[in-house]
Design a binder for this molecule. Structure first.
Ligand code: NAD
Length: 249
C-alpha cells in the first residue's frame, strides 16, 4: 500500500518548481492530486489542473469547489504558491509590501478558508505550508520576503493550535536555496550568473543547492500518515544552513 492511497490533495503553485515536484511525488505515491496555479497550462495527467489566483478570493473559492468536486473530497492541502522580493526596507514601497504579502500570506489564508470545510470531512486532514529559512535566518536584502515567511511560520503554528482538536494537522517546510525556475530567473538577472550560482552554492554547508525533489520529500512526509503525531512544527530542508551553524565547506 502506498503512503497516499485513496487520499486527495490540492497543491497551489503546483505548475512549477517545489509545487510541481510535490504534486508529482504525491501522485506517484497513490494520491489523486489537483494543481491550482496562475498558469496550469504545463500540467499533465495524472495531475488535475485548475487555474486560480491565490490573491483573488472568488477565484480561490471557485477553483477549490471545482477541484474538490472532481477529486471527490479533500485530505491534503499544500499551500505552496509564493513570490520573491529583494531589497532592504528602503527598497520596496507600500504597494510592493501589500502585493507580496497578499500572495505569500493572505493567499494561504484564502486557500485554507476555502479548504477547511472539506478537510473537516476527512479522517486524514493535513495542511503543509511552504515557508522558508528566510523566516528565521536574518538574510540580507530580503526584508519583505523574510517578513512574509515569518508570517507564514506564525500562521502555521496558530492554525495548528486552532484545528488540532478537529484532527487537522498543520505544519510547514523551511527550504534553503532550491534549484527551481524561480532561482533560475534570479540567476539570469545577475551580472554574472555563474558567479552568483557559485556564491549560492558556497553558502550551503553541503556545497550544493537543494533540489525541488528533496523539498517534495519533506512535504510528502508531513502530509502523509507517517507523520500522524506531528503538528505545529517546521522541517528545515536547507542543506544544513540553519541547524549546523557552519560556514560553507
Ligand atoms: P516557482 O516560481 O518555480 O513556482 C511558483 C509557482 O507559483 C508558479 O507555478 C506560479 O505560477 C505560482 N504562483 C505564483 N503566484 C501565484 C498566485 N497568485 N496564484 C496562484 N499561483 C501562483 O517557485 P518555487 O521556487 O518552486 O517556490 C515555491 C514556494 O517555495 C514559494 O512559496 C517560495 O517562497 C518557497 N521557497 C522557495 C525557495 C527557493 O529557493 N526556490 C526557498 C524557500 C522557499
Amino acid at each position: 500500500m502506498s503512503d497516499f492511497d485513496g487520499l486527495k490533495a490540492l497543491v497551489t503553485g503546483g505548475a512549477s518548481g517545489i509545487g510541481r515536484a510535490t504534486a508529482e511525488l504525491l501522485a506517484a505515491r497513490g494520491a489523486r492530486v489537483a494543481v491550482l496555479d496562475l498558469d496550469p497550462s504545463s500540467v499533465d495527467k495524472p495531475l488535475l489542473a485548475f487555474r486560480a489566483d491565490v490573491t483573488d478570493d472568488a477565484s480561490v473559492r471557485e477553483a477549490v469547489a471545482a477541484a474538490t468536486a472532481e477529486l471527490g473530497g479533500l485530505d491534503v492541502l499544500i499551500n505552496n504558491a509564493g513570490i520573491g522580493a529583494q531589497g532592504t526596507v528602503e527598497d520596496n514601497d507600500d504597494a510592493e509590501w501589500h502585493r507580496v504579502y497578499d500572495v505569500n500570506v493572505v493567499g494561504m489564508v484564502r486557500m485554507s478558508r476555502a479548504a477547511l470545510p472539506h478537510l473537516r470531512e476527512s479522517s486524514h486532514a493535513t495542511i503543509v505550508n511552504t515557508c522558508s529559512i528566510a523566516a528565521t535566518a536574518g538574510l540580507p536584502q530580503r526584508a519583505l520576503y523574510s517578513a512574509t515567511k515569518g508570517a507564514v511560520y506564525s500562521l502555521t503554528l496558530a492554525m495548528a493550535a486552532d484545528h488540532v482538536r478537529e484532527g487537522i494537522r498543520v505544519n510547514c517546510v523551511n527550504p534553503g536555496t532550491v534549484d527551481t525556475p524561480w532561482v533560475g530567473r534570479l540567476l539570469d538577472s545577475a551580472a554574472d550568473p555563474a558567479a552568483e550560482r557559485a556564491a549560492l552554492e558556497a553558502r550551503q554547508p553541503t556545497g550544493r543547492l537543494v533540489s525541488a525533489d528533496e523539498v517534495a520529500g519533506a512535504v510528502a512526509y508531513l502530509a502523509s500518515p507517517l507523520s500522524g503525531a506531528t503538528t505545529g512544527t517546521s522541517l528545515a530542508v536547507d542543506g544544513g544552513m540553519q541547524g549546523l551553524r557552519l560556514r560553507p565547506v
